[in-house]
Write a protein that binds this ligand. Structure first.
Ligand SMILES: [Zn+2]
Length: 111
């Protein structure tokens, strides 16, 4: 998976081609991700105790990650990543980091 939660991604194909958004959730097994505000689907819901009105709710639908590309937070461009291993002295172990292929910035996420 080259995409993680909280990443900014751009959509490469489909109706939302060229649109950017923040990743809200990833589904590694299905290789899909939910991107904020993109690929909204309308869901018809019934009136329940929680939602006495029922009606139509708009919700994001997962997008296959092959249609998404990471936007580098440093150079602000859609980019491919490479993986490097760096030594984390504080934790005394090697960690894998994602590196932007365009500007070589390390894209470290704490999750
Ligand atoms: Zn970059």
């Amino acid at each position: 998976m080259h995409i993680r939660k909280e990443d900014t991604v751009v959509v490469l194909s489909g109706n939302f081609r060229g649109k950017q958004g923040r990743v809200l959730k990833v589904f590694p097994d299905e290789k899909k991700a939910i991107v904020e505000g993109l690929r909204m689907i309308k869901r018809h819901t019934r009136a329940t105790a929680k939602n006495s009105q029922g009606g139509i709710v708009e919700k994001e639908a997962p997008i296959h990650i092959s249609n998404l590309m990471l936007v580098c937070p440093k150079c602000n461009k859609p980019t491919r990543i490479k993986r490097n291993v760096v030594r984390n002295e504080a934790q005394n172990k090697n960690i894998r980091v994602r590196v932007c292929k365009k500007c070589n910035e390390m894209l470290i996420k704490t999750t």
